[in-house]
Unconditional design. Sequence first.
Length: 231
Amino acid sequence: MLITAHNGCENTVQNSFEAIKVAVESGADVVEVDVRITGDAVPIVFHDEDILVNGEKKKISEISFEKFRKGGFFNGIFLEEVFEFLKDEDVIVNLDVKTDDAIVPMVEMVRRFDFFDRVFATGCEYDRVVKFKKLFPDFRVFLNVPMFSFSGKESLKGLYSILISSGACGINMNYKYCFPEFVKFFHKRFFPVSVWTVDAENDMEKAIRMEVFSITTNYPVKLRKIIENSC
């Protein structure tokens, strides 16, 4: 079972160097970052669509890389810097893709750092997965499933058909809608099920008992201790 450190884990600032450093030091197997692009298609690690510039909301996609660098309003980081920081660390990177137009620049950056075996993409519902896999068939992409409960074998079979047709390699879902039969169904068909974002101790214990593939959490240190104590 893998531990994924949510961006901003252990009460750090989201998508910051501190957050990534703390995630690595926590012993997490996977580090999650959010990916968007600047107005000139440079991959940036940022969650929100907008940013405050001199008190005014501006879209990330409308601001150039150079302006981010010199504007004095941005304290975040770029994907290139994340890969540079992590290149000698033994962690996998979960690239949570926020927009379709981030796909190509992001994958180009992955290629540049030869990180193909160290990354996978999430944040992708059906249409985005299909687009992603059409452009890059060999890239590992998880399907985000809708946030509602699945019940009965027929609904699981229906989701399985969607998963197969999308080309995704696994499922990423809100832990609240995950249940043991769901995990068993997909694991028996060689599709991993990952859950997010699990912070309460009792919810961590439930996810562990279900034997999900990965648990995303803001508290990887606590989760590691619970996993070790459950063995």
